[in-house]
Ligand binder design. Sequence first.
Ligand code: GLN
Length: 270
Amino acid sequence: MKLKKIAALAAVAAMVVSMAACGSTNSDADKSTTGSAAEESQNAGKDTLVMATNATFPPYEYVDGEEYKGIDIEISQAIADDLGMKLQVDDMDFDSIIPAITTGKADMSLAGMTVTEDRKKNVNFSDSYATGVQVIIVPEDSDITGPDDLSDKLIGVQQGTTGDIYCSDTPEKGGYGEDHVVAYQNGASAVQALKTGKVDAVVIDNEPAKAFVAENEGLKILDTEYITEDYAIAIAKDNTELLDKVNASLAKLKADGTLQSIIDKYIKAE
Ligand code: GLN
C-alpha cells in the first residue's frame, strides 16, 4: 500500500460515517430514496475501511520505502477484501489511535493493540488474532537479569502502550512507579535512548523487540517473559455491525489458514 496524505480521505470517511450514522435513523422518505435495506445500516454506502495504526511496530506494521507493510496491514487488507471494501491505512501516534476510533475518524485499528480493561471502556475489541509478550531489552553487558532488577533503574517505554502502563504503575501494583519510566513517542526512540545510556532497559512487545535488537548491535532480550497479552482489533462501541462483520471475517481467515500464513510470513518459528 502506498503512503498517501490521508487526512482528506479520513475526513471524507468521517463524513461518510456520520452520514451513515444519520442514515440509521433515516426518515421513511429517505429510506424510499435509497430503497435498499442494506443502506439503512450504520456502514451503508461506505466503500473504504479506514484502519488506524502506528507504523513503527515491526513486524506488525512498519514503513518500507513507500509502503506500509506487516502482519496487521495484511490482515486488514484481507478483512477489507472479505467485506468487499477498499483499505485506507491511517498512520498516527499510538496514543492517538483510540481517540481516532471513538471520534469516528477511523473505523478500526490493528496496531498490535493489547486488549485491556481500561481500553474496553472506550472501544470494543474483536476476537483476538495474535498474542504478544512484554519483554525487557538491555545492553549486552547489563547487570539486569529480570523484572526484579528494574526497581532502581530507568526504563524506556513507548508512550501509552501496555509496557508504559505496567511499568508506570506503583510497586504495590507490580510496577516501578512513574519516576522510573521515560516514555518515548515510539519504540525505536526508546531503543535509541537505551543505546546512548539514557535509560537502563526498554520494556516492549517481543516481536518489535526482536526487530529492534536485530537492527542495533550490543543489545539483548532477557529470557524472562514479563507479561503475555492478546492482540485484537479496536472498533467504536456504537459500531457493533462492523464488529460482527470483522469477527466473521477473522473467523474465515482463521479457518482457511490465511491468518496463520500471514503471521508465518513475518514471524519465523524458532
Ligand atoms: N501491545 C502494546 C499495547 O497495546 C503495544 C502496541 C504498540 O506499540 N503498537 O499497548
